[in-house]
Design a protein around this ligand. Sequence first.
Ligand code: ZN
Ligand code: ZN
Length: 376
Amino acid sequence: MEKDLYKILGVERSASDTDIKRTYRKLAQKYHPDVNRDNPEAEQKFKEVSVAYEILSDKKKRAQYDQFGFAGFSGGGGPGGGGSSGGFGNFDPSNFGGSFSDIFETFFGANAGGGARGGARGGGPRRHGPQPGHDIESSLTLTFEEAVFGIEKELEITKADTCPHCTGKGAEPGTSLISCKECQGTGQVRSIRQTILRTCTKCEGAGQIPEKKCSKCHGQMRTRQKTRITVKIPPGIENGSTIRLRGKGEAGTHNGQHGDLYLHVQIKPHPRFERHGYDIHVNEPIHLLQAVLGDNIQIKTVHGKMKLKIPAGTQNAQVFKVKNYGVPHAQSSAKGDHYVHIQIEIPKKVKRSEKELYEALIKEGKHSNPNSDLFS
Ligand SMILES: [Zn+2]
Ligand SMILES: [Zn+2]
């Protein structure tokens, strides 16, 4: 076949943009598949003309072609793979689908077309790449303790998953796939007005449709299913975290990968404990006399009960740190700390006998405050 784009269009190398456009229009009409139904040669011509125009009508691509020929386009690993290095960086070969791939292979060799669409399949005759499944979201509420220590949870998720009846083929078991009549198995259809090829809606570009649709998914390849998923929650997870579970989203079609499941984690507040990262803070009410005289008290931490020494003369709002009694780190054996915030409780009411004792303390102590009736 002809590999010179100017010769394909039949124009001089110096042809103006207008010339190229006019010539292309004429040729596209002449070779258009809609008017050449039984002429495969015309179809091939039409593809060549379309690719030639695609390149020569774009200033940047034309300059590239003029300077390097097709080498200017193949460096990036085929269409779509070139990125910003010029060439086909902005060119979307999916508009051309399989047909573009075919023509591209003719120009650049069999490997060229692979990059853009499902290249991993290895250059087979497939017209349509695998379609990945959607990502989905869900939420999970944990108790304070579950979040501190981590836990394994089982979730029930309803999502589009591979149809078990037809194993995602869309065809009733025992029946086969047949070539799509709408697109003659190419996966692409053309409209009369537009020369651009569109993905066939009947077969979704696969080129093949079930001879008899699967009775369970009606050819959709997927059905809505309830699935149980086990999630391992690491210790120390924070409220509002999102866990990404790869491949636990919706099933793809045409052997496409599953999407991911994003799990938003909420943690129920604890009636006593408050978390700040890996540390736990707690208010501990003690009696006035415990603060004055000192005491050993029993406190509760997430790791269980323990003794805490309250020294004589402890002040209100004084904080005691109990090291390593906080939240375990997920990645190491380290732990946060447990902080006890002392709240001294003043007796709201005292008995007659107690009142006398407090009054005795006033006489005993060397308090003096000229602004006070009691201590004057
Ligand atoms: Zn089709
Ligand atoms: Zn099915």
